[in-house]
Design a protein. Sequence first.
Lengths: 449, 174
Amino acid sequence: MTGEPAGTWHRLHPLSPVVRSGRGLIAVAVAVAITRSATSGSGWLEVAFLFAAVVAAVISWLVTRWRLDGATLRIESGLVRRDSRQLPIARIQAVDVVRPFLARALGLAELRVRLAGSSDADGRLAYLTEQAALELRAHLLATHHGLDPATPEPPEHIVMTVPTGRLIGSVALSTAGPAALMAVLAGVALAFVSAAALAALAVSLVWLLIVCLSLVWRRASTQYGFTVAQSPDGIRIRRGLLGTVAETIPAQRVQAVRVIEPLLWRPLQWCRLEVDVAGSPGRDSADGTARMRKTLLPAGRRGEAGYLLTMAIGAGMPGLTRPPRRARWKAPLSYHFLAAGHDGGLAVSVVGRLRKVTTMVPLEKAQSVRFVQGPLQRRLALATVHVDAAGHVRAEFRERPQEQARLLVDELAALSREARRHAPPAGMPAGGAQAASVASPVNAAQSEA
Amino acid sequence: MPAAPQQAVPPPAVPPPAVPQPGPRSPSPRLWHMRRAEVLACAVVLAAAAGTAAGLAAGPPAAVIAAGAVAAGAALALWFARNRVRSWAYQERDEDLIVERGVLVRRLSVVPYGRMQFVDVTAGPADRVFRLATVRLHTAAAASDARIPGLERDEAARLRDRLAALGEAKAAGL
């Protein structure tokens, strides 16, 4: 890839239509088999569907092509509705290499390039050979950082892996476990009340258990072998049992970090870490802004989470302060954990009772600062200050004394202005100075390795 | 000395500068007229409907009571709407826009110009009758809500242009 001249059109791998329609093909094949064995009628309709699906996939492959044009990646697709997309490489928010099971078996991989305003389908190249996908990713990230595109992928060092036992335990303790436990308890309780009712409900309880198990399976298999690695071009995450996903988040693209500690994890001192990257708007966002949430650590100890935190946002924790005691009247339950604080570079807030969530927003990434005071808060002379990050995340300084909150708004606005001023201009096409400043650590890392 | 007065009073031929006087500003007084008209129109329709229904069901006294109840509700709504209109204020500072609003829940947003993704100017049917418009500043955060309703059209256009220019000049990447 890197050896070829940039600017030539490439096609996706010829096996792409097979993988893309793979699941459908299997489903139809199974349906045909079932209908043929159940009834003696012919399966012509199904076969026709199968044929149509294959033809559509092949046409879609024929008309899709992509090329690299210096600082943009161009993807053209569509037969009837021709679609040509230009993805400016400097604006990349994340690059993922996704390998579903079937693609993996055939040695293929899908490359997903995410931009701030793009939807999931926009920057997809499905499928390339694994080698080509990795080379293209290296090329994109090198260009993104303003390096020579032919720079090989910088070496990474693995920071952390999540053991499978802990992973399964964490899933079992988060949602599925309590639900399954409740189902069993309900069954036991019913057995005491009446045998007839139990018999009637047994089937649905069994179904519930199956759903729980499949939930555990899905979570555990997508997060299996979770590995976080650090490299000069960003944070890399690899995970997956049957299908694998490799995500790369360029440094400077993290909008917010959240540490989540569900109730049942707390005795084990576990927590989950999520980073927010500006990106693909989901269906829920009408105004084209959305978050993109990536798990940085599905389940880990506090120390591990702390290490990853410094890696992701590179700042120490500011000291947290608690709201005054009169806030109990406003927030009787959640008062227990409520705390917030900030320093020159980071705003941190802790909210939630059953699910303790610590949100960290780098002030340099703050989109706006808001002061909100409800009627009850006004009675108690309290107010809440929000620091909004791109998407739906925000650090909430809840139940602060009113006067302090007013000052806090101004202070946070001023601090975020300062932070923005000192931050490198992210998202701009890489100029000489920026390229040089990014280039040196990469080269240093390579010479070390 | 004929020259001195001429120099002292230059004719304001050029339009006023785009940068407004400092300090908080509020929406046009016509916003209150618009809200009042909206509430009254709703109240008249509701009162007619409620009065007719009650009158048909339980006789004229009931109709009067129903209409009276609607009128009382309208008075309350008017009082609330007036406070709400009065609570809107915005201030263009050097680096950010401040929007203040709300009666029951008081809100104040500070949105840096550099964070602006795009500016919206909208005018619904009622807005158009009263020659008003709403300016809304969008950022990448879903929650940052910098909306200023009831601006006179010139002011809305001026604000839009200024916000767009400042947004471009101070643009910060995501």
